[in-house]
Design a binder for this molecule. Structure first.
Ligand code: FAD
Length: 394
């Protein structure tokens, strides 16, 4: 029986192992921490749990959040009711649930660090803290700080955001998103079971300066830093050229989730893409076994068709949303339009739940927002902010 070593047991690795084991191959997850409180908001969108219903239907503690407030300096705030709530997990609980599913499907799970991998003919020789092992395939799921230099996305500083924050022992019902002047990123407050996850992500700005911005916000909103646990991590946010050269696969290996840079460059949503890419990688692996078509090429094609074109367009849109002015900062104008136009509000709700992608955003703006004169002018102007997709489906 073929052995697939899954390097990393976060959401991407655990889900890949579950699928591999379900289809009858030997899957071994190697993770140095196993379930842990990975720095993360823990927000799972409707797009994710509608497609992977176990993300909603399970006994794991979680919060269903039905309201979000978007705010921007100078433009005030607007509240969005979420018909499809955002589910918020602690990452310790979510990772544990996914690893338990992998084990129940027959995967083996070992707590160890992978320290090296060498190709040996058609096989892999793997080095771990606990010794050596061989495998026929490797799924690389080691996250944004992937230490295995020869596999997975090469993340430059242009392709990452710094993300940091606090777990604050306070409660609130809604999600808050705050846009700040001259920041390619935002602040979030996510209610979780028993605490709030309050954080900031930003591109091209030092962590110390992001932390100052976050602490000033927390002070203003009466959110305590003292006594709250601090966290920080990297968030992949690939620039447009990186989407074209993204190293997601090679002979005998496929990279999934953050190790493949598969995160929405505007919202920072990565959990859906971790699970989805794991699903596609396993399809590619089994296609190679059945049809002899190279898994690497097949996987690249599946990613392109499924969501990589959309995220690449997102990377171009991010520059315009955060970097351009449109009678002032773009997020501020978005908030004002959300306040005044029910159709734009519905579009924002769909963006939030993940049912509106970037590829069809321009068309929707042009066809859907033909209300009053001001709406028309603003919608048309917004639609001009959205670049056309430059990529094919292959
Ligand atoms: C601050 C922050 C907030 C975020 N908020 C959200 C959010 O609200 N919603 C959302 O959808 N996304 C969010 N994301 C993104 C999301 O956290 C990631 O996209 C997601 O965790 C990716 O899953 P993964 O399995 O690819 O990687 P990870 O979750 O990072 O898992 C990688 C695993 O690999 C293991 N590992 C690494 N190296 C080795 C090694 N050498 N040997 C053995 N094991 C190893 C690690 O222990 C880890 O368990 C956020 C990210 C950050 C940083």
């Amino acid at each position: 029986m073929k052995t697939v070593a899954v390097l990393g047991g976060g959401p991407a690795g655990a889900f890949a192992a579950e699928q591999i084991a379900r289809q009858g191959l030997r899957a071994i997850v190697l993770d140095e921490k196993l379930a842990w409180e990975k720095p993360c908001g823990g927000g799972v969108t409707y797009k994710a749990y509608n497609q992977y219903q176990f993300l909603r239907e399970n006994d794991t503690p979680k919060r269903f959040v039905h309201e979000t407030s978007l705010a921007s300096t100078g433009a005030g705030s607007v509240s969005l009711k979420l018909d499809s709530p955002l589910i918020v997990y602690s990452r310790m609980d979510l990772n544990q649930m996914l690893l338990s599913r992998a084990i129940a499907a027959g995967a083996q799970v070992e707590k160890t660090r992978v320290t090296g991998m060498q190709r040996n003919g058609e096989q892999w020789d793997l080095q771990t803290r606990h010794g050596k092992m061989t495998a026929d395939y490797c799924i690389v799921a080691t996250g944004a700080r992937n230490p295995l230099r020869d596999v997975g996305t090469r993340l430059s500083s242009n392709d990452t955001m710094v993300a940091l924050g606090y777990y604050v022992p306070q409660q609130q019902e809604r999600i808050d998103i705050q846009f700040l002047p001259e920041l390619e990123g935002y602040i979030w407050v996510f209610p979780r079971c028993g605490h709030l996850s309050v954080g900031i992500c930003g591109k091209g700005e030092p962590a110390s300066s992001l932390r100052r911005r976050l602490e000033a916000y927390m002070h203003e909103k009466d959110l305590r830093c003292d006594g709250s646990t601090f966290y920080s991590h990297l968030l992949p946010s690939l620039d447009t050229p990186a989407w074209q050269q993204n190293r997601v696969a090679g002979p005998g290996w496929l990279a999934v989730g953050d190790a493949a840079g598969l995160v929405d460059p505007i919202t920072g949503e990565g959990l859906y893409y971790a699970i989805r890419s794991a699903d596609l990688a396993v399809q590619a692996l089994f296609n190679e076994l059945r049809n002899n078509e190279m898994a690497a090429a097949f996987y690249r094609r599946l990613l392109r068709r499924d969501f990589a074109n959309d995220l690449e367009l997102g990377s171009r849109l991010a520059k315009r949303v955060f970097g351009r002015t449109f009678f002032g900062a773009v997020p501020s104008r978005m908030i004002q339009l959300t306040r005044r136009s029910p159709r734009f509000k519905s579009l924002m709700q769909d963006l939030f739940s993940g049912t509106q992608n970037y590829l069809t955003l321009k068309r929707r703006l042009l066809t859907n927002l033909n209300g009053g004169l001001v709406d028309m002018v603003l919608s048309f102007s917004f639609s001009r902010l959205i670049p056309r997709s430059s990529t094919s489906n292959e």
